[in-house]
Design a protein around this ligand. Structure first.
Ligand SMILES: Cc1ncc(COP(=O)(O)O)c(C=O)c1O
Length: 392
């Protein structure tokens, strides 16, 4: 029989000792918080309300589950292993398979628990207190958060017209000098991609570590992987969460010069990728051609969706090379369009309109053809009805 743990002795300083339950017995937070860095306390945490919907188009996930036959392969491989043993720290066969598939050297591959872990590891091993990280704005918010947690200084360079990269602006901002420049291409949440040659230009005119986050590169835009052969200041981050449909298993990797990769590996926790995820990564690579066909299908759906979106009145539709599209609502508040999509049509998109550059913007992930037809039909209805005075 299990016994409930005894509750902590209430602190005399606690303001709420009268409320019922353990929460009412919590001590005052101030003592603990005084020891947390102000730079951390001033950051907003990375989180997302877990809303449910029939059509989930808010996290740029694949609409296709990992195929059942491939899941079976993963489970068989995982079941054949000893679960009481730690997984390999740097699984050689997987490093080799990644290197062969992406055209790099095995010693230059670092595997991570999602590419998020490698963003953190890269910044942890490179940034000193006060060091500058230059990044476009808007971009993936984790870069700002981790820079703040590590005591770095985050410098944003606004994207240009149609959210095009302002390479000149990034180069100028990096003259401070910057320690790290973040280039997320295609960029989340705008979908804009760098043009061929722009990474090389930024590399040539700055002295920073260039972190090329290619979470969405399978869907479009040039890759910086060829640039790895020309400079040890370039790092490429990739993930299996999007194109390969493995977000739930958390697998990403970093490609870098082997000497730099060895240092980035020091910023990760040991045994960071569990053996089931390692098995899934091997299976995904073995079936890369079949998984790639699903990416081609999503690109075709995206192009059809973009064409249909552009026919709808009251929207500005931005160019995208990713598996999502950014739209600006011109005729109705984005919050209202978001709510009606969700509540009346069961479609969950991402409301990004709180950021000043993204006022009235929504980001819509590319789902199945059926999902995107449903989005078009719903938007057509919402936009044709107007709604500023519907009291919603
Ligand atoms: C630009 C970018 N980088 C990295 C990630 C994280 O991917 P992972 O699931 O591999 O941690 C995301 C996830 O949304 C992203 O948008």
């Amino acid at each position: 029989m299990s016994r409930r743990p005894t509750s902590p002795t209430p602190s005399p300083a606690s303001p709420s000792t009268t409320s019922p339950g353990p929460a009412g017995r919590l001590p005052a937070a101030a003592d603990g918080l005084a020891l947390i860095k102000p730079a951390v306390q001033s950051q907003s945490g990375y989180s997302l309300a877990a809303l449910q919907a029939r059509r989930k188009l808010n996290q740029n996930e694949s609409p296709f589950d990992f195929p059942p036959a491939m899941k079976q392969e993963v489970m068989e491989q995982a079941a054949a292993q000893s679960w009481q043993r730690y997984p390999a720290f740097a699984p050689r066969d997987l490093q080799q398979a990644i290197a062969a598939h992406y055209g790099w050297v095995p010693d230059g591959v670092v595997v991570g628990n999602g590419s998020n872990e490698l963003i953190q590891a890269t910044l942890a091993v490179s940034l000193r207190a006060g060091d500058v990280v230059v990044a476009p704005s808007p971009t993936f918010s984790l870069y700002r958060l981790i820079t703040g947690v590590l005591g770095g200084r985050y410098v944003s360079v606004p994207l240009g017209e149609n959210f095009r990269y302002d390479t000149g602006g990034l180069i100028d901002a990096a003259q401070e000098p910057a320690r790290v420049i973040v280039l997320n291409s295609p960029n989340n949440p705008t979908g804009s991609a760098l043009l061929p040659g722009e990474v090389e230009q930024i590399l040539a005119r700055t002295g920073a570590l260039i972190v090329c986050d290619e979470a969405y590169q399978d869907f479009g835009g040039p890759s910086a992987i060829p640039v790895l052969a020309h400079s040890s200041r370039v790092i490429v981050l990739r993930t299996f969460s999007k194109a390969f449909g493995l977000a739930g298993l958390r697998f990403g990797f970093c490609l870098a010069h082997p000497a730099v990769a060895e240092q980035i590996a020091k910023g990760k926790l040991p045994y960071n990728v569990n053996l089931i995820t390692l098995a899934a990564a091997r299976v995904a690579l073995r079936h890369a051609a079949a998984l790639g066909a699903r990416v081609d299908e999503l690109i075709a759906v995206r192009e059809r969706f973009l064409a249909e979106l552009r026919r709808l009145p009251g929207l500005e539709v931005y160019p995208t090379a990713a598996n999502f599209v950014l739209i600006r609502c011109l005729a109705q508040p984005a919050r209202q369009v978001f709510q009606r999509l969700h509540q009346q049509h069961g479609i969950l998109v991402r409301d990004v309109s709180a950021a000043s550059e993204l006022a009235e913007c929504l980001r819509i992930s590319i789902g199945t053809s059926d999902d995107m037809d449903a989005v078009i039909a719903a938007l057509r209805e919402i936009l044709s009805e107007g709604g500023r005075n519907r009291g919603e």
